[in-house]
Design a protein around this ligand. Structure first.
Ligand code: PGA
Length: 231
């Protein structure tokens, strides 16, 4: 696992620049995108320049919140990126948390991802070490599935919308994430320094799903100085 560290005030510009460049070299990529506070400044800086018109986008996860809730992942991606693109993405796929049969819906999404795989996956790092909604306790071969959230993840969602209290959701499983050709783990802020240290130096364990990335052949951590302070 490689790491690149940028000064806090340069981090978003640097990651945006690299992502825009990556997409210009691989325009028809199948990519998986996260949402949240970490990728937001990368998306807002990229939106007017990144060309996703030939790309296929998979949204990493979704909370069990009503359609239109500001804390839903699809609302955040639309607000931060999709709504400001000059051209719409070539294709966009997401998990439907309202599906009558959640298992079938997750199997549908999993098959869509697996049929062609992922060229690139961007990820944020949960405060508890989760990736997507693959919470502590998740196996490395976990499928795409409905999940229950840990209390810390429910609380963390209130950062996106003070009223949001998701208790579950759906997530791309670790198996498909780890099957991605390339992974960029985005980590910012001093509040992520301890969990980033554990991710990079602690045991590789289901208790810290992000630690599985150390077994992946092509993962780069993009951290700001605050998050990397303890490394
Ligand atoms: P954040 O979320 O970027 O909003 O901190 C990260 C995550 O929970 O994956």
């Amino acid at each position: 696992m490689d790491i690149e560290v940028f000064d806090d005030h340069e981090w978003a510009d640097q990651v945006a620049k690299r992502w825009i460049s990556h997409m210009s070299h691989h325009p028809d990529s199948r990519i998986c995108l996260p949402t949240g506070e970490t990728p937001r400044p990368v998306y807002t800086r990229s939106a007017s320049q990144v060309d996703l018109s030939e790309a296929t986008i998979f949204l990493l996860d979704e909370f069990d919140l009503p359609l239109g809730s500001a804390a839903r992942c699809d609302s955040m991606l639309k607000r931060d990126l999709l709504g400001s693109l000059t051209k719409p993405p070539g294709a966009f796929h997401q998990l439907d948390v309202t599906a009558a049969d959640p298992e079938t819906e997750c199997a549908r999404f999993d098959a869509l991802v697996s049929d062609g795989g992922l060229r690139m996956t961007l990820l944020g790092l949960g405060g508890n070490g989760h990736l997507g909604l693959n919470e502590p306790g998740t196996r490395a071969d976990s499928p795409t599935r409905p999940v229950r959230l840990t209390p810390t993840t429910t609380q963390a969602a209130a950062r996106y919308d003070a009223d949001a209290r998701p208790v579950g959701g759906m997530t791309l499983g670790m198996q498909r994430i780890l099957g991605s050709d390339e992974i960029w783990l985005l980590v910012t802020g001093s509040h992520k320094a301890a969990i980033l240290g554990e991710t990079m130096k602690g045991p590789i364990t289901p208790n810290l799903p992000a630690s599985y990335l150390r077994n992946h052949r092509n993962t780069t951590v993009f951290a700001d100085s605050s998050a990397a302070a303890g490394l």
